[in-house]
Design a protein around this ligand. Structure first.
Ligand code: ADP
Length: 160
């Protein structure tokens, strides 16, 4: 049985994240989406519980996907759930350097865990949670980028 951990901030989940989760669910027996609870330097818009709730609602129909939160090292979170694989999504060139650096560090820390990166689908290549938050703050409509319940949550947070 192959278990894959899909870690990230998910602040909030977008269709880009969901696409990677769906594709991973077709490849592995179990996919565990791990919401990073303590992004030190990164300012998050949604609390850990809110981010988890938004992810849970989005994947509720995927039988082999579950959601948890974690802090500390990603490889430790993977070990805790006996995952053999860590999943990451890769967009254009922008993600490559950082992902490659993290992958090499994780490989040093946990040689037994493999990293699998799935290329972002064409329509999600330029979609990031951070850009989306800027756009919504300035009056843009989030609904082509996120599931409806995430759109509602974004509007509530950013358009008071
Ligand atoms: P992190 O802070 O760990 O980068 P994110 O929530 O930004 O957390 O991203 C989590 C994972 O999802 C990363 O592997 C990222 O590359 C991937 N991802 C984010 N947006 C997209 C997208 N539009 N298409 C494919 N993968 C994506």
């Amino acid at each position: 049985m192959t278990i894959a951990l899909y870690p990230g901030s998910f602040d909030p989940l977008t269709y880009g994240h969901l696409d990677i989760a769906q594709r991973a669910a077709a490849l592995f027996d179990e996919v565990v989406i791990a919401v990073y609870a303590t992004p030190d330097k990164k300012r998050v818009l949604f609390t850990t519980e809110e981010r988890m709730g938004l992810v849970e609602e989005a994947v509720k129909d995927l039988a082999n996907v579950r959601v948890l939160s974690y802090s500390g090292l990603t490889v430790e979170a993977a070990r805790d759930i006996k995952a053999q694989v860590i999943i990451r999504g890769l967009r254009m060139v922008s993600d490559f350097e950082r992902e490659f650096e993290m992958a090499l560090m994780n490989k040093k820390l946990a040689p037994d865990i493999e990293l699998v990166t799935l290329m972002s689908s064409l329509e999600h290549q330029f979609l990031s949670s951070s850009l989306l938050k800027e756009v919504v703050k300035l009056g843009g409509d989030p609904n082509s980028f996120v599931p409806p319940h995430v759109g509602v949550a974004l509007m509530k947070k950013l358009r008071r």
